[in-house]
Design a protein around this ligand. Structure first.
Ligand SMILES: Nc1ncnc2c1ncn2[C@@H]1O[C@H](COP(=O)(O)OP(=O)(O)OP(=O)(O)O)[C@@H](O)[C@H]1O
Ligand SMILES: [Mg+2]
Length: 503
């Protein structure tokens, strides 16, 4: 029987940047075939060619043994022949409801003239229930969390009777529980004979759900292996061409000096007043499931959400934060979770984006273009942003490289407290340890500390000096990462273990 999909000798360049070089890739029915590779290796470009978003410069594609004319392969044709995609950034319509987004292509019509709204909402509810997705069909998409938007994208793709489902980092912003739901959905999709192309940077996940993995390096497919019989170390070394070392946690040397303190902070989001302090040089981790209030905590401190009461102090002095601008003026930086919506000016260059949080300095009398270029260039080198030049518009960077630009912007900004919300989403394993090192260096400078929010418990345990667990919109535990297990943190997050919090 013919293979479900065969892609042969696919090449693609962007203004001289060779994104893909004669790549071969194939897919069987009912198979999960993983694409693995560093940020900018060409993974998204390959699947964008298959889904008709980009046109290949050369190559051949066959679907179930039939030749596909790549010069005609656009998004519409891809959808018609059964290729559905979930992209890294969402394609939902924010001001419409979940049901409208889900049912948009085929509204149930009453007598052919009017939309039968009751049926639209009921069909949407049935489709979401069938997938075990807990999303209200009446909710506006703009009000959904990143994870729910992603789940909705998956539901839309499945509703189009796809033969091939492409998922570009689908678990990047999902909690453990939601990942389990996704994996059981994937098992059911496989049984229907649908082939899945799956991009991921998470080695554990690749080993768990992948049937085959193809590694891309600098636009070339360099190996296809069985992830179940290949060790994590081998996979990483195939991917980056060397082995990576792990770093030790920084020891807080000047414990005792409080840099930042939050007392009795309360607004409509929290079920209990929030109290905590961060010491100088400390990386304070905040663990918790998606929807536990972690992002809301960051938004309250950064002046995005209004406070009803509470006191925030920096080095013992009370500070008043009424807006993100006033937070930045007080030396607080924030890397948001939803990076496309709030983190970047997509039409501006890498350099402008990375200098953005430093405007006060740039407007000073001592400002120098040369200095700006130098500091951005050295940050670009440090965190290995893959870009042809500093003036490249960030919308043309790969997903992980966009994330590096936002992170670089805040590491360059002159802030005291840096709040990082899921900072390593979409970042490859090789760059991850370098980024941890930069975050540690930032915290090591005088008068600096970091609030590190993540739903990835392994990451929190690796980087934090101390950690708080949030559950149900309150802080439920304060733990020492050296003395805590992943399981213990999970139990606090799920509310199956409780402790009187320090308030
Ligand atoms: N529209 C575009 N214009 C110019 N360059 C592009 C465009 N799309 C992708 N590129 C470049 O092609 C290369 C491959 O990018 P791609 O998005 O495929 O990487 P990726 O493997 O998906 O990386 P990531 O893990 O960061 O998502 C990168 O150097 C990127 O900057
Ligand atoms: Mg990508």
């Amino acid at each position: 029987m013919a293979k479900l999909l065969v892609m042969k000798d696919i090449s693609k360049s962007f203004y001289g940047v060779k994104a893909l070089k004669n790549v071969n890739f194939d897919l069987e029915s009912g198979e999960v075939h993983i694409l693995l590779g560093e940020n900018g290796a060409g993974k998204s470009t390959l699947i964008k060619i298959l889904s008709g978003a980009y046109r290949a410069d050369s190559g051949n594609i066959e679907l179930e043994g039939k030749h596909i004319d790549i010069s005609r392969l656009g998004p519409r044709m891809a959808e018609e022949i059964g290729i559905a995609t979930i992209y890294q950034s969402f394609h939902l319509i924010p001001h419409l409801t979940v049901a409208e987004n889900l049912m948009l292509p085929r509204f149930v019509r009453d007598g052919g003239m009017f939309i039968h709204w009751k049926a639209v909402f009921q069909d949407a509810k049935n489709a979401l229930d069938a997938l075990d997705f807990d999303i209200d069909p009446h909710a506006k998409v703009k009000d959904l969390s990143v994870s729910k938007k992603q789940m909705l994208e998956i539901a839309i793709a499945l509703s189009k009777n796809a033969k091939i489902l492409i998922m570009d980092e689908p678990t990047a912003a999902l909690s453990q529980k939601e990942i389990e739901i996704l994996f059981s959905t994937i098992a059911r999709i496989k049984e229907r004979g649908i082939g899945i192309i799956y991009i991921s940077h998470k080695i554990e996940e690749i080993k768990r759900i992948g049937d085959r993995v193809t590694v891309l390096r600098d636009g070339s497919a360099i190996a296809t292996v069985n992830p179940k019989t290949t060790s994590a170390e081998e996979l990483i070394s195939i991917m980056i061409g060397k082995t990576i070392s792990s770093h030790n946690r920084r020891v807080v040397t000047s414990a005792g000096k409080t840099l930042f303190e939050v007392k009795g902070l309360q607004n409509q989001n929290f079920s209990k007043p929030i109290n905590f302090e961060i010491y100088e040089h400390e990386i304070l981790g905040i663990a918790g499931l998606v929807g536990s209030g972690k992002t809301e905590l960051a938004q309250a401190i950064f002046g995005i959400d209004r406070l009803d009461s509470g006191k925030i102090s920096l080095e013992g002095n009370k500070i008043v934060i009424t807006s993100p601008r006033s937070a930045v003026m007080r030396g607080i930086g924030y890397l948001p979770e939803d990076r496309d919506a709030c983190g970047l000016c997509l039409n501006m260059g890498v350099k402008e984006n990375m200098s953005l949080a430093n405007l006060a300095q740039l407007h000073s009398l001592t400002y120098s273009h040369v200095h700006e270029t130098q500091s951005v260039q050295s940050m670009v080198d440090d965190i290995a942003v893959k870009t042809p030049e500093l003036s490249q518009q960030v919308k043309y960077l790969s997903g992980g490289n966009k994330q590096k630009v936002i992170l670089g912007k805040w590491l360059l900004a002159n802030c005291r407290l840096l709040i990082l919300d899921e900072p390593t989403i979409g970042i490859d394993v090789g760059a991850r340890s370098e980024i941890y090192e930069l975050i540690r260096n930032f915290a090591g400078d005088p008068g600096h500390s970091v609030l590190f929010i993540s739903s990835d418990i392994d990451e929190i345990l690796e980087i934090s000096n101390r950690l708080l667990v949030m559950s149900q919109w309150q802080i439920v535990a304060e733990l020492d990462p050296d003395k805590s297990s992943k399981n213990e943190i999970m139990q606090y997050s799920l509310g199956t273990r409780t402790r009187i919090s320090h308030d």
